[in-house]
Design a protein around this ligand. Structure first.
Ligand code: ADP
Length: 301
């Protein structure tokens, strides 16, 4: 599939179809799926295959990390993929195939992986400070040290440490609560960040601000990110690569490389090349939703 042609003078921010997936010799994988299938309630009459034969490799790029957006029709198994990486039941373990993190089979949750969900997952009875410091507390980090680190992260996610640290979740807007959730995850410095529709409940303006914040933080933490979203523009903006899943049982039907988000979301999302890319993927998703045939790359190797 050819690269999209851009209007003259428009900064190149279109997508590029990748086939076969880029696996470079000598670069170790950080996450690898090898022919992974997940059937819920396998062996019963209610057995349901959510994902089928999913294979991909994400390399451990030193000092960068890669940002992988995952899109696909509703119910195609996007959350299943994230939770298999996280090692969270009942998605974990897979029914068939291999899920490797840092070349080891996933055996359950671990400190190398952090997750941010759509629902605000803060503890209602803890202040912002104690919510952000929670993971460090679980690791036995002393009060003073964990509070210092938490104050730093509260500032990094754009909250006001002196005003917001002592607030409780019910005193915060949705955007602020997601900032707390991001700080709570990133303070633990996971090498892999798993985000499941983290901005799904936010209004459009807050959402774009959060996309910019996420990109800035990602550059700082240099982690590998898997980012599930229904919003194709968001996926194209934040992603280095996009995995497009088929209808359930989901499998990767296409992947694209995107240009880096080197301008603010609200600027980039107005550019014609960007909009063309988004429409292109939306059309593909429409076809997948309707069960129409789409071009798929040959299987790797
Ligand atoms: P997505 O994130 O793409 O919307 P999910 O991974 O949440 O999809 O779910 C994929 C499919 O698997 C859906 O049809 C869902 O109903 C089903 N599913 C998810 N979790 C379970 C479960 N614990 N038991 C049975 N079916 C499940």
């Amino acid at each position: 599939m050819a690269r999209l042609v851009l209007a003259p003078g428009v900064p190149p921010c279109a997508i590029e179809a990748l086939t076969p997936p880029p696996v470079r010799p000598g670069v170790p994988p950080i996450v690898e799926f090898s022919h992974v299938t997940k059937t819920y309630e396998a062996g019963t009459r209610k057995a349901f295959t959510a994902i089928h034969d999913v294979s991909f490799v994400v390399e451990d790029l030193a000092d960068v990390g890669e940002f992988i957006s995952i899109v696909g029709p509703s119910g195609c198994g996007k959350s299943t993929v994230l939770r298999l990486i996280a090692g969270l039941a009942p998605q974990f373990p897979q029914t068939a195939g291999g899920v490797l993190v840092n070349r080891d089979p996933v055996a359950g949750p671990g400190p190398d992986r952090g997750m941010v969900f759509q629902d605000y997952t803060s503890f209602d009875n803890r202040s912002v400070l104690d919510n952000v410091a929670f993971g460090l507390e679980c690791r036995g980090v002393g009060r003073r040290e964990r509070h210092e680190a938490a104050m730093e992260w509260i500032a990094k996610v754009g909250l006001n440490p002196s005003k917001d640290a002592c607030k409780f979740p019910h005193q915060l807007s949705g955007g602020m609560r997601q900032r707390v959730a991001i700080a709570r995850t990133l303070i633990l410095k996971p090498r892999i960040i798993l985000m499941d529709e983290p901005f799904g409940a936010l209004d459009p303006v807050t959402r774009q601000n959060m996309q910019d914040l996420l990109v800035d933080l990602w550059r700082e933490v240099e982690a590998t990110v898997f980012f599930v979203t229904h919003d194709v523009a968001e996926a194209v903006y934040v992603g280095d690569r996009i995995y497009v899943f088929s209808k359930s049982p989901g499998t990767i039907v296409q992947q694209y490389r995107c240009m880096p988000p080197d301008r603010p979301s609200r600027v980039m999302q107005r550019e014609p090349g960007f909009q063309e890319s988004v429409l292109f993927i939306r059309d593909l998703l429409d076809k997948l939703e309707k069960g129409e045939k789409v071009w798929t790359p040959p299987p790797p190797g």
